[in-house]
Design a protein around this ligand. Sequence first.
Ligand SMILES: [Mg+2]
Length: 196
Amino acid sequence: MQKLKVLNVDVDGCIGDLDTPWLEEYNRRYKDSLTRKDILTWDIHTYVKPECGNKIYDILREQGFFLKVIPMDGASELLEKWSKTHTINIVTDVPLEGQNDRTEWLAKYFPFIPKERIFYTGNKKEVKGDLIIDDKPLNLEEFPGIKICIDYTYNREITCEHYRVYSIQQAFDVVQAIEEGNQEILQKYFSKKKAA
Ligand SMILES: [Mg+2]
């Protein structure tokens, strides 16, 4: 049993679906049919058409884009519940141009998260917390605490021990299992370090 105080939660891929509006926009502009399952590493620009390349990231810098992110089912209710007994830090890495939209989006869908608990950074290991819920391999590998990975094709090669879950609901099932010492649940989701 272990009491956790501070939970660091990522947005995109965890409590918000960025990929659907992002890929939709890319496919429309470049007449492609790329899906999330096609993307096997973090570097999405290597999966798009050559004429797009790094321009895939320009979409994220367009005004209003981050307002199109779709909240994950049940995420708001879950975070609201857990924020009553824990400190929830939202730790999110978005381009400067998208930060106002993200703040507005969070205020709309997660109004119970105080502004001072929203951290804009790509250097997530610097935000103190007991546990991180994220989908980016590097964020999980570098974080000096317990790691919960939301499973996607692009994060299956993580090189650290972590809990691998398939929804934000399951992520909080793991949080609860850690606090209750429920070994059955913990073993179910535990994922060993990959051999180098
Ligand atoms: Mg993410």
